[in-house]
Design a protein. Structure first.
Length: 83
C-alpha cells in the first residue's frame, strides 16, 4: 500500500482474482507494482539479491542517479552463491 496499491488490489492478488495487481497470477510471494517501481518478493531464497543488483545497474545505465535499489535478505540467504 505504501507504493500505491490499494487494499482491494492486494487482497485480489492474494485470492487469485482479476482485480489483483496483476490479475491474480502473482500470488502472495510475487507482489509487485512496476508502475510504482516496487518489484516485490521472490519464492526462491536469495533470489532478490541479483534482482536488486540488476535494478541498480539499470538505474546506473539510464543515468538515474537519484534512484536507489534495496534488496533485503536474512541469514538464510547469506550463504547463497549469488550474494
Amino acid at each position: 500500500m505504501i507504493r500505491g496499491a490499494s487494499p482491494t488490489q492486494m487482497l485480489g492478488e492474494l485470492m487469485g482474482r482479476e482485480i489483483g495487481l496483476h490479475h491474480g497470477v502473482g500470488g502472495s510471494m510475487h507482489f509487485y507494482n512496476s508502475a510504482q517501481s516496487f518489484y516485490g518478493g521472490n519464492g526462491i531464497v536469495g533470489a532478490q539479491i541479483p534482482v536488486a543488483t540488476g535494478i541498480a545497474l539499470s538505474y546506473k545505465l539510464r543515468g538515474e542517479k537519484d534512484r536507489i535499489s534495496i534488496g533485503a535478505f536474512g541469514d538464510g540467504a547469506a550463504n547463497q552463491g549469488q550474494l
